[in-house]
Design a protein around this ligand. Structure first.
Ligand code: GLC
Ligand code: CA
Length: 568
């Protein structure tokens, strides 16, 4: 049974850590302006500490005009006014460290805001010293070869700027011009800025779309057919094949990262499994971890509004997670997550948010995240079983991605726009950006003012205060499971092996290290299920944890949404 192919990888604190993601805009508002802020997070440090997590990853808190909620940075060395001051930041960092929790910040350096001083300079004239900090295409060369933009109303990544009669590149919104990494001065500025934050004592960076920083600066023509044939129809996959991304990550490692005991995780937008070790094979000297999109995007509605199939194909899901795990059999290290601020709530997306199943289903998903091999990334609120809000009206959305795609589709056909709006209930990013539900009082205890985005009305029953008082809650389960993971190195370093591969309802796997074997059985469906554990003897197995109070009399059958962990 014990797969001898997988030697235990070298230990590292970031392999043993559980990462808890805080979306600052939605965590806790301290001053009644309806926007979560740093003082708000500070006021909840004891709650964060009570979870047993090791690392907080906080989404961007830098100065920003908020075209994309802080992912458009106008000053990398200052704090966004909505969120507070640098003193607040220092206090947050201190408060976390006091509790033994590390802080990882977002590094957004594929693009800046168009309101950043560099861009103001850059666009002011063709011979400005900052001109080259961005990608410009002079209009006398004609219209630039098509590049796709995810947030642009016309999906066009080139924006014409009459001031200098040239186009600039923006993979994201036109207020997020792409930085030109070919320029050594720009890279120096970025490395210095990273040093600035490390010297303050932060513990790492989550690197926003770092996979696409390198462009073939001659911008050759690329056709949709080529994207379809060579890149699975995915522009991000093409973008992630830039010629110099690894050269620059190695440079960044030498210039900055190697000086500190920190962790790094790439947002692997467009990165395919075959390429992941280029980022995270320790010998190459690049990054520690990368999180991929393959499991997330398999059922994404194409942005053309075509009909979609929201059914969840567990077989495919298992295949993807197993294939990615195998990439790290000998080198590198993986990540596990089921949601973040760019995805819907995990419960609604992969589980069952019907009140009859909510608690069980959410515990089952939490079991998956915390018993797989790879560092777990867990979005704040998932420990309460928060669900997607599923807005009916476009007016309720705040996300530029949803709003601009809807605008584009509306100009094409009303049906496409309506289909898109419907599908946003399943996929929309705002689903996970609604305020954290602290208690049953006004605005879920998030704010005394008007929240920047609507609060999920289920807060009356789904909230932290209630969950804390209920020993059978998802919150207590999350804490218990973290404790278990910490006590059992097998759950961290042990080899993963998939069982009962063709079972369409159950995800079953073992984790083993030396003589120790854990068996994890997860019923992803809301019906009874059976599991074939092969030649493993379940009768003598010891049940360690599960999401039903009573043990199931027949161990090869699972109740709806059941999760069980056995020690063999
Ligand atoms: C990443 C972020 C996302 C943001 C985008 C542009 O995907 O996670 O929230 O909109 O990059 O910075
Ligand atoms: Ca506030």
């Amino acid at each position: 049974m014990h797969p001898s192919t997988v030697p235990p990888p070298r230990r590292a604190w970031w392999k043993e850590a559980v990462v808890y993601q805080i979306y600052p805009r939605s965590f806790k508002d301290s001053n009644g302006d309806g926007i979560g802020d740093l003082k708000g997070i500070i006021s909840k440090l004891d709650y964060i500490g009570s979870l047993g997590i090791d690392v907080v990853w906080i989404n961007p808190v830098y100065e920003s005009p908020n075209d994309d909620n802080g992912y458009d940075i106008s000053d990398y060395r200052n704090i966004m006014k909505d969120f507070g001051t640098m003193d607040d930041f220092d206090a947050l960092l201190h408060g976390l460290h006091e509790r033994g929790i590390r802080l990882v910040m977002d590094l957004v350096v594929n693009h800046s805001s168009d309101e950043h001083e560099w861009f103001r300079q850059s666009k002011s004239s063709r011979d400005n010293p900052y001109r080259d900090f961005y990608h410009w295409w002079p209009a006398e060369k004609g219209t630039p070869p098509h590049r796709w933009s995810i947030f642009d109303v016309d999906a066009n990544a080139w924006e014409y700027d009459p001031a200098t009669d040239a186009y600039y590149l923006h993979y994201f919104s036109k207020k997020q011009p792409d930085l030109n990494w070919e320029n050594p001065q720009l890279r120096r500025e970025i490395y210095d800025m990273m040093d600035f934050w490390f010297k303050k004592g932060i513990d790492g960076f989550r690197m926003d779309v770092i996979s696409v920083i390198s462009k073939d600066a001659s911008f050759p023509a690329v056709s949709e057919t080529e994207i379809a044939e060579k890149y699975h129809g995915s522009w991000p996959e093409f973008y992630a094949k830039g010629p110099k991304v690894h050269t620059w990550l190695q440079e960044m490692r030498r210039e900055v990262l190697d000086k500190y005991d920190i962790m790094t995780v790439a947002e692997g937008w467009g990165v395919v499994a075959e390429d992941v070790l280029k980022y995270v094979d320790a010998e190459r000297g690049e990054l520690d971890m990368l999180y991929h999109f393959e499991a997330m995007e398999q059922w994404h509605l194409p942005d053309d509004g075509a009909p979609h199939d929201p059914r969840f194909d567990l077989l495919r899901f298992k295949e993807i997670h197993t294939r990615w795990d195998r990439m790290f059999a000998e080198k590198g290290w993986g990540t596990v997550y089921l949601g973040n601020h760019d995805q819907a709530r995990m419960l609604s997306r992969w589980g069952n948010d019907d009140p009859a199943y909510r608690v069980r289903s959410s515990k089952m998903l939490t079991t998956f995240i915390l018993t797989m091999r790879g560092t777990p990334y867990y979005l704040a609120g998932d420990e309460l079983g928060m669900a997607s809000i599923q807005f009916d009206h476009i007016e309720d959305y705040r996300d530029i991605y949803t709003l601009n795609t809807y605008k584009r589709l509306s100009s094409q056909s009303a049906e496409a726009a309506a289909a898109y709006l419907e599908a946003q209930k399943i996929y929309g990013r705002d689903n996970s950006r609604t305020p954290f539900q602290w208690d049953g009082s006004t605005n879920a205890g998030f704010s005394t003012g008007t929240p920047w985005i609507k609060i999920n009305p289920d807060f009356v029953s789904v909230n932290a205060e209630r969950a804390d008082q209920d020993p059978t809650s998802t919150l207590h389960y999350f804490r218990d499971l973290i404790r278990l993971r910490k006590a059992e190195p097998t759950l961290i370093y042990g080899a993963y092996e998939l069982l009962d591969e063709d079972n369409p309802q159950v995800y079953a796997y073992t984790r083993s290290l030396g003589d120790e074997v854990f068996l994890i059985l997860l019923n992803f469906s809301s019906r009874d299920a059976r599991v074939d554990a092969g030649n493993l003897n379940l009768d003598t197995a010891k049940r360690i944890m599960g999401n039903y109070a009573e043990e199931n009399p027949t161990r090869t059958s699972l109740r709806p949404c059941e999760a069980v962990i056995y020690r063999l």
